[in-house]
Design a binder for this molecule. Sequence first.
Ligand code: 4AD
Ligand code: MG
Length: 477
Amino acid sequence: MQRTKIKEILSSAPQGQTVKAQGWVRTFRNNQFIAINDGSTINNIQAVVALNTFDDTLLKRITTGACISVEGELIASVGKGQAVEIKVNQLTVLGDSDPEEFPLQPKKHSLEFLREKAHLRVRTNTISAVMRVRHAMAFAIHHFFNERGFTYVHTPIITGSDAEGAGDMFRVTTLNINNPPRDESGHVDHKEDFFGRETNLTVSGQLEGETYALALGDIYTFGPTFRAENSNTTRHLAEFWMIEPEMAFYDITDNMQLATDLLQYLVRYALDHCKDDLEFLNKRAHEEEATKPQEQRSELSLLERLRFVIENDFQRLTYTEAIDILRNSNPNKKKKFHYLVDQWGVDLQSEHERYLVEKHFKKPVILYDYPKDIKAFYMRQNDDGKTVAAMDVLFPGIGEIIGGSQREERYDQLLKRVHEMNLPEKDLWWYLDLRKFGSAPHAGFGLGFERLILFVTGMTNIRDVIPYPRFPKSAEF
Ligand code: 4AD
Ligand code: MG
């Protein structure tokens, strides 16, 4: 007989029909009640085995972690916690699991412990809920852009240029690192390398994305990016996914509006489509909050935070306005900030960003018009000669979730910045070409996918929202 997914079984009315469910045993109580989960939903189906109907040796194999198949009548459940259950008449063990060795016991495990069992942790309620939400968000992103006529572009993962300067790069090479070929001056000779030049894993698809926007109009990328920064934080990964839309004929204001629309759309989509998982995660986040000291607790629950984001406009203000607020803020005057804000031009730290969002405005913030010296070369130079049309979207509990800008579309100005910042002009020839042949005003941004998932799920460590996190000194699995 055909197997039915547990999600579907749970929403069926019991009408004497026989159903077949397959999945992993979560618990087996009183030699009678098996809770089975198949990943289609956070909820388990209860399978009931009548006493003395199955062999003891078979029942002994029904252990937490084992994979089983059950067939039987779908009946209304008398117990509380579920509407229907399966009265089992056929029971097969598809895969045994030694209960002495299986690391996931039917109790709460810490997220740290689970990270070391990354190959099994998706069998827990928390991680499986996160991964279903992650899927829903990926799907919704494509939906959002497709509805608006954007073209999905696959920018390369192996790149020849290190021009963007968004972070340190991972080298890609097939040379023998123990004995690489060398040129006359003793330097490693990359002409002998696979691509005949130095290559790296990309830090961003933006520069290639821009070339496509200036032909297709509105494009977006959605792929993995790599940064070899040694940042051991709850917000950074060495391998993360990024969504980068790039739009011809957009200015910085259009860009801010699209970023707002995208984020609000995604949060609304999660609320509409991930109800069970979000309710579970809401409860989980609430329990985690309760373990923190009062002053560190968030005022809103996860679900309240999500609703708050779709119901409120994001506060827009310039970097210069933000500096004024921060300079006069209590934590700055009382020297509570780790980095004190004393002068215009300093880069903002996440403590500053979070102060603006969580304490001062109490809503998402879009900061724009940053000093040109702390931003990338490609950002459009403003008429004041000091700032560029950059924008960062800052979220509660997260800090920066989006970074973007209007791009410098004027050849002379762009080239001047390339020189001032000592960037390799020869590697950027194709990017500069874009400003020679039918240049156009354009803008774009990058949304960190895992930071979005952190926000939507209420998880607090980025390593728990990607299947196999990559961070310094860790690439097991
Ligand atoms: O601000 P970033 O570095 O911007 C860019 O890469 C631009 N090329 C984007 C564009 O304009 N097309 O990164 C964009 C976003 C950040 O706001 C953050 O959400 C995320 O990517 N991000 C990271 N997420 C996880 N781990 C890291 N190490 C990240 N670095 C950036
Ligand atoms: Mg940034």
